[in-house]
Design a protein around this ligand. Structure first.
Ligand code: HMG
Ligand code: MG
Length: 302
């Protein structure tokens, strides 16, 4: 499979990157993060989630953040919605894309969204129908596609099942997520191959947390299967409150460096992205998790 010449990056730092922060992050900081990301060339931004504020307090300002963004033409703003209640709140904020999120592991489904996999599909069904009727694109995510913090290794057959169910209810694009970053390249490919039984490769993306430092290798493994869309978070921010021990997403800076180095276009200005990562890391009071950003900043310093 020849490598693609262009890859679409979905920047998930405002949502996945910040949802797990224990200190409240002001809405104004989240809004400025979105503005800086779009100025750096990101054209897909996952802004927030319309979930229960009791479960994820950090995303309680979802409507305020969406309302505060100066929308740039050509940028697609997505939000998570786990049920009809979330969808109705989300749609009032005019997202371009809705994301429903399920899991390949029963235990994670219960912990994360308080229902079984089968129940989650029934909750998503009216969300997907309503979004599609409104002309809003629908993406789905499958968490724990290679491993689960509660069940251990997850078989590709589990991914295949959830991919089939997502397809049946009309989910248009599927993100295959390694929530706890345990995957290695072959296992990552097997999870994608399972999803490929129901989705075209152009309708699949990878979402890799970097807990075990495998996310770039897994990105390359996915590219080799023809996957051309990836989620990433600037400065390597992120984590899921219901996946203990899991660290951040693969850093967008690192993915951009990898792709540009292989002659693959992303439309992203790496220097502007490094600045954005440095800015949000300072706002959160910590250093960046991006190796590329650290290298670029060190080089600039001297
Ligand atoms: P539940 O308790 O089963 O829902 O939660 P419920 O329908 O029984 O409602 C209970 C209460 O929540 C009620 O309020 C509802 O009104 C309220 P009360 O009467 O107690 O005051 N409620 C809501 N409020 C606001 N927005 C809503 C909503 N729905 C119900 N949408 C629910 C089910 C899904 C809501 C809950 O489990 C939840 O919010 N979970 C949070 C899940 C989450 O955000 N996880 C992190 C994102 S997923 C992720 O990070 C993985 C990903 O990155 C990929 C990867 O890495 O794997 C995508
Ligand atoms: Mg995630």
């Amino acid at each position: 499979m020849p490598l693609p010449t262009r890859v679409k990056l979905v920047e998930v730092a405002p949502r996945d990157g910040l949802q797990n922060e224990s200190q409240p992050v002001p809405a104004a900081v989240k809004i400025e993060l979105v503005h800086r990301l779009q100025a750096a060339g990101l054209r897909e931004i996952e802004v927030t989630s319309f979930v229960s504020p009791k479960w994820v307090p950090q995303m309680a300002d979802n409507a305020e953040v969406m309302a505060g963004i100066d929308r740039m033409p050509g940028v697609r703003y997505s939000v998570l919605a786990p049920n009809l209640r979330g969808y109705e709140a989300a749609v009032a904020a005019r997202p371009d894309e809705i994301v429903v999120f399920g899991a390949a592991s029963e235990a994670f489904s219960q912990r994360n969204i308080n229902c079984s996999i089968a129940e989650s599909i029934e909750r998503f069904r009216p969300v997907v129908a309503a979004a599609r009727a409104a002309g809003i694109h629908v993406r789905g995510a499958i968490s724990c596609s290679v491993g689960c913090p509660y069940e251990g290794e997850v078989a590709p057959e589990r991914v295949e099942l959830v991919a089939r169910l997502m397809k049946e209810i009309g989910v248009q694009h599927l993100g295959v997520a390694d929530t706890i970053g345990v995957g290695t390249p072959r296992r990552t490919q097997r999870a994608l191959e399972a999803a490929l039984r129901h989705y075209a490769v152009d309708d699949l993306s990878g979402h890799y947390h970097d807990t075990y430092g495998q996310a770039l290798a897994n990105t390359l493994a996915a590219l080799q299967l023809g996957v051309r869309q990836f989620d990433a978070a600037v400065a390597g921010l992120g984590g899921c409150p219901y996946a203990k021990g899991a660290t951040g997403n693969v850093a967008t800076e690192d993915v951009v460096y990898l792709l540009h180095g292989m002659g693959i276009d992303t439309g992203v200005d790496l220097d502007a992205l490094v600045d954005t990562g440095a800015w949000i890391s300072a706002a959160l009071g910590r250093g960046t998790q991006s190796r590329v950003a650290r290298a670029v900043l060190n080089k600039r310093a001297g």
